[in-house]
Design a protein around this ligand. Sequence first.
Ligand code: PEP
Length: 253
Amino acid sequence: MRIPLIVGNWKMNTTVTEATRLVHEMLDRLDKIEGVEKVLCPPFISLVAIQELLKDSSVKLGTQNMHSEAKGAFTGEVSPLMLVGICEFVILGHSERRQYFGETDEIVNKKILAALRNGLKPILCVGEKLDENEAGKTEEIIARQINQGLSNVAPTPDMVIAYEPIWAIGTGKAANGEQAAATIKFIRNTLSKLWNENAAQDLRILYGGSVTGSNIGEFISQPEIDGALVGGASLKAEDFVSIVEQTAAIKRV
Ligand code: PEP
């Protein structure tokens, strides 16, 4: 049984004051929703304040990135050791990190290995660009991102994969549920070849890209889709709570 998972990626939004206000706006309602794992990924600077707010709740904390090294001369970076005990999940290989910060599959792979070594649960983001999609290269791109991103990673249910077609992120143009489910099925097949069938069945695969309270039902009603990585809509308390509530209701059936 894969427990549904909804992750809010706040990206580079919210001051510490705004972040704590946003948590106050949604925490009581989120906390009461059962049957879904709920994760908030605020900016690094708000992690400790939010950890305190979430400490007696069922809502978990994640981060949006980290460095692969434990410590050293890497000005401005945050190491896995600094995150242990503060958060449980770490988003890695987000397309914005790949596009604006030059993260390659090799870098992402090092980060995944480091996260798992330190007991953090990586959420590996994969997805194709619009031109790659139009050229029929979606599967080729995703197979590469998975095979290289998970190189030397032993099978573990602590990994999460998020399929995020780049043309759907922050654009308001979500994929449709059937398209997303077909690609997620391909991801699970790729994993069963890389790992094995049981390990692939145990791993949660999310959809991400312009998910809102109005379209979550389309994705979450697909048995292949175990949850969502939500960007813009996770900054709106009503929308995010509604996404989690609908997920709980649909997956419970
Ligand atoms: C994301 O940040 O991973 C994302 C999917 O963003 P949005 O929901 O805004 O498209």
